[in-house]
Design a protein around this ligand. Structure first.
Ligand code: CA
Length: 224
């Protein structure tokens, strides 16, 4: 990576912010620290934003929505609220990942590297790809998908899953490969989450492209 990655840290809790600033600095990140939502929106978002949801002046989710409306900087939401709703809403508003407090610096570093890797992969590819004779169009820059000319709404994970399957149409991808690429996790346990997302994707894709089950292995995208 050329130069140091700049992280905009939005966190009003001083001890947490201090330890993150020091910790991330040790891993080669340059950290700009702000304490409020207003300061966050006035700052340069840098290469990645770490966004606390419990801010003194505004709800972090509103900051997330506004940052996403302005551009595609990766956003990792951090929250002390042990509420699953926050996680879901944050991801729907365009956050790229979510970390619950308490967390260790190493975990944060791993999440930052993972989202930066995804951004880099996305920008290295041509922006829009067509499948099934143009019936399915995926625009990786805007993360938008069209089916027979009509835009379809996918959750962030459904989108990541489709893009990963579409990288090599026809190829059988194992559950483990998919879990690692889309959920950034070495997954050796149950993969029910994956089945739920595959089901949703199948419903949304109709019969234009098919997500085939490869028995005992995983899935493949069939585009004709
Ligand atoms: Ca806070």
């Amino acid at each position: 990576m050329i130069g140091r990655v700049r992280v905009l840290l939005v966190e009003d809790d001083e001890p947490i912010a201090e330890s993150l600033r020091r910790g991330l600095g040790r891993y080669g990140f340059e950290v700009d620290w702000v304490r409020t939502g207003a300061e966050a929106l006035a700052a340069d978002p840098g290469g990645v934003v770490l966004l606390d949801l419990g801010l003194p002046d505004t709800d972090g989710l509103d900051v997330c929505r506004e940052l996403r409306a302005r551009g595609d900087v990766p956003i990792i939401v951090i929250s002390a609220r042990a509420d699953e709703t926050d996680r879901v809403v944050g991801l729907e508003l365009g956050a790229d990942d979510y970390i619950s407090k308490p967390f260790g610096v190493r975990e944060v570093v791993a999440r930052i590297r993972a989202v930066l890797r995804r951004v880099k992969t996305a920008s290295a590819q041509p922006s829009a790809s067509e499948y099934a004779g143009g019936r399915l169009v995926i625009d990786r820059r805007s993360r938008r998908v069209w089916l027979d000319g009509v835009e379809i709404s996918l959750s962030p994970k459904e989108y990541d899953l489709l893009v990963f399957l579409a990288e090599e149409p026809g190829a059988a991808l194992t559950r483990e490969q998919i879990m690692e690429a889309v959920w950034d996790t070495n997954w050796f346990g149950p993969t029910k989450t994956l089945d739920v997302h595959i089901g949703a994707l199948r419903r949304k894709l109709g019969d234009v492209v098919t997500v085939e089950t490869v028995r005992g292995v995983g899935f493949r995208l069939v585009t004709s």
